[in-house]
Design a protein around this ligand. Sequence first.
Ligand code: SF4
Ligand code: SF4
Length: 484
Amino acid sequence: MSPDSTSSPEPMVGKPVVGKGRPVVRRPDVDSLFSINPDGSRNAIHPADVRGRFQLRKHLLWYVLIAVYLVLPWLHIGDHHAFLIDIQARHFYLFGNTFNSQDFWYAFFFITGLGFSLFVVAALFGRMWCGYACPQTVFLEGVFRRIERLVEGPAAARAKLDKAPLGAKFVRRGIKMVVFFLLAATIAHSFLGYFMPTEVLLEAVTSSPALHPTAFVFVLVATLVLFVNFTWFREQLCIVICPYGRLQGALYDPDTVLVGYDHKRGEPRGPAGQSGAGDCVDCYRCVTVCPTGIDIRNGTQLECVGCANCIDACDDVMAKLGRPAGLVRYDSQRGFETGKRRFFRGRVVLYSVLLLAGLGAFTLALTRRRPFEASLVRAPGVAYQLENERVHNTFDLQLINKRPGPRKFTIEVVGPEGAETMVASLVVELESLENRRIPVHVFLPQVSFKQGLRAELRVRCEEPDGVLERLASAPLLGPGRRRH
Ligand code: SF4
Ligand code: SF4
């Protein structure tokens, strides 16, 4: 076993509950949060080290994810960021696709699809997302806890340090806090890179806060929030705040694969060699490695984030005892009870259909998306003017280039017949996502004016594979006509 388990068999025993007699050592139960003491104070969880097949897989995945989370804002596809929600410019860049604020409705289908993909994962494998891919877990377990282990030692030493006077832990805790703060600041800056172009971010970092006050305040607040979260709040985020965690109970069914304890095989628990005892030797190792401080032998609990630490810990114990692995394992309630498993069920099919509907609608909307917008809108001010027996209507042709690169537009006057139409510019070149208003004046002899006449312009856009065109039109207003 690891040094943790031998040097301190129960580093995670909580604050003793003092009654009339001797203090009773508190152990995790299903009626209370083990991370909160009965007097309301925090019971810091220090999970012991654990090794095993799931740890290896998780750590490999975490390093890939950390690289993705931190590097993604800096990547470019073509002329644009690979992923950027540019709040100030109200532009969005998603893997080569460019969107402006008018396209925000696409987000509904995209987020719906993503949301149902989490539902499918939860219905099939419980909180696998939480234990393997959630940024909270990835950074807490993959970065912060590892640094804490390096600076303060194993779980028992960390628990001891918690109780030590300030003078005795000042240097170690101080080093840890400084490193944690720098890491929190790094993550906060990377996080801001999802909402602000990284070139502007770099400029903001290297210039006075007065030049970018909003970004400065955002990074300051995000750094403090991340620092408090990863230093102190930790598993409470998953247990108390995360809405996905709260939803889990509604998403599970008896066939959902979860981390669980095989009661049939393990009970009655007792020391190895005791006659009639099950396979659980009550070594408490599965509890000491749990980052949320629960005893998986008490059954499925809301606090379990599906990290599989207890599986690796128990498999290790079983290997040492010469017993088969899997006393604690991934299995469904039905699997534990009957040995049978069902993969396809009604709710999995329903969530999958909703997931495909959301992503399908998003993909369809993307493929049918207009590459540019051209609309004729009445200019602010008077509805029309009478000048030398001519009706004068003023419009703005609003052009938006939604392509990832610059495009050239040519404008042609189509109607109405008999009118003199003046367009400020008949050839316009727009950068990607550039939005420009081009003044348009339409003069029509008063005698020719009648209700229903429309000003019409044809806009052509030169694409590498051909020419796209759109007709922009708006009603003409004149004397004796009511404005539409
Ligand atoms: S389930 Fe496994 S790790 Fe947990 S107490 Fe029993 S034998 Fe030990
Ligand atoms: S019970 Fe096991 S899987 Fe669940 S959080 Fe604790 S160690 Fe991880």
